[in-house]
Design a protein around this ligand. Structure first.
Ligand SMILES: [Zn+2]
Length: 116
């Protein structure tokens, strides 16, 4: 199999460890390249990992915020729907007040008439 120098492109003799043209160490060159590729791979993996982790954290935060907002909204809705007294209770309360007033007026009127 014919190989070419990775640096200068000159044809190499089979099994040659050095390039006759530029003098680079073929074996070391390839190892160096492999090492660089490996390092790039590790770096890329770390970048992807940290990116995914960041996105994951942001997503969780977002879901958490949405959930909290939803709960707050539901709480507000419930508070809005539940006034201090219901309409029915209001009618009863007003009725009791009116009856009490009438009784009190009657009581005082009766007392006044008795005095007169
Ligand atoms: Zn060369």
């Amino acid at each position: 199999m014919e190989e070419k120098c990775p640096e200068c492109g000159v044809k190499l003799k089979s099994g040659a460890k050095f390039c006759e043209s530029c003098g680079i160490n073929i074996e070391n060159y390839q190892k160096q390249k492999e090492k660089e590729i490996e390092q790039q791979k590790i770096q890329m993996e770390e970048e992807i990992k940290s990116k995914l982790e960041k996105e994951f954290q942001e997503k969780i935060k977002q879901i958490e915020n949405e959930y909290v907002e939803k709960i707050k909204k539901e709480k507000r809705e419930i508070e809005k729907k539940q006034p201090l007294f219901s309409e029915h209770q209001y009618k009863i309360l007003i009725g009791i007040i009116i009856i009490t007033i009438i009784i009190l007026i009657g009581f005082f009127l009766g007392k006044a008439y008795r005095i007169i």
